[in-house]
Design a protein around this ligand. Structure first.
Ligand code: SF4
Ligand code: SF4
Length: 128
């Protein structure tokens, strides 16, 4: 499962993720991140059973934590099932079923936004 961490200016220079890994023993996979000298955000992937423990520890350290759910918004009325999103998504979020209907595994999404740009019918958006 994925958590979206927002890190404010006063704690951004601390090695927060390393600290949580060392303290909890939970391996944290960093999937995307943007951090500068002032603030930043990090998208992490953790085992589902560790959600409560990891979330609580980050909050104690001054990090805002949001569980990433329903990240990909798909407008079925606009979709023409052209397959452009399948081709461009780096995480294989999209596939076709046997009837060539679009299947979306949104728990794989890393919020890169490439599918939104690629869709010729503006049928996709990303909820962050
Ligand atoms: S790119 Fe857009 S129109 Fe094409 S299959 Fe994906 S969501 Fe549907
Ligand atoms: S935002 Fe990126 S990772 Fe998520 S579904 Fe679109 S292309 Fe795939």
């Amino acid at each position: 499962m994925k958590l979206f961490l927002t890190i404010q200016r006063d704690v951004v220079k601390r090695p927060l993720i390393s600290q949580v890994v060392l303290e909890t023993g939970v391996l944290i996979n960093v999937e995307r991140a943007h951090i500068d000298s002032n603030e930043g955000w990090v998208l992490i992937d953790i085992p589902e059973k560790e959600e409560v423990r990891i979330t609580a520890r980050f909050i104690e350290l001054g990090v805002q934590v949001k569980k990433l759910e329903n990240a990909v918004v798909h407008d079925e009325h606009e979709c023409v099932e052209c397959g452009a999103c399948l081709s461009i998504c780096p995480q294989e979020v999209f596939s076709f079923d046997q009837e060539f209907h679009l299947v979306i595994k949104e728990d794989r999404c890393i919020l890169c936004g490439q599918c939104v740009c690629a869709c010729p019918h503006q049928a996709l958006s990303i909820r962050q």
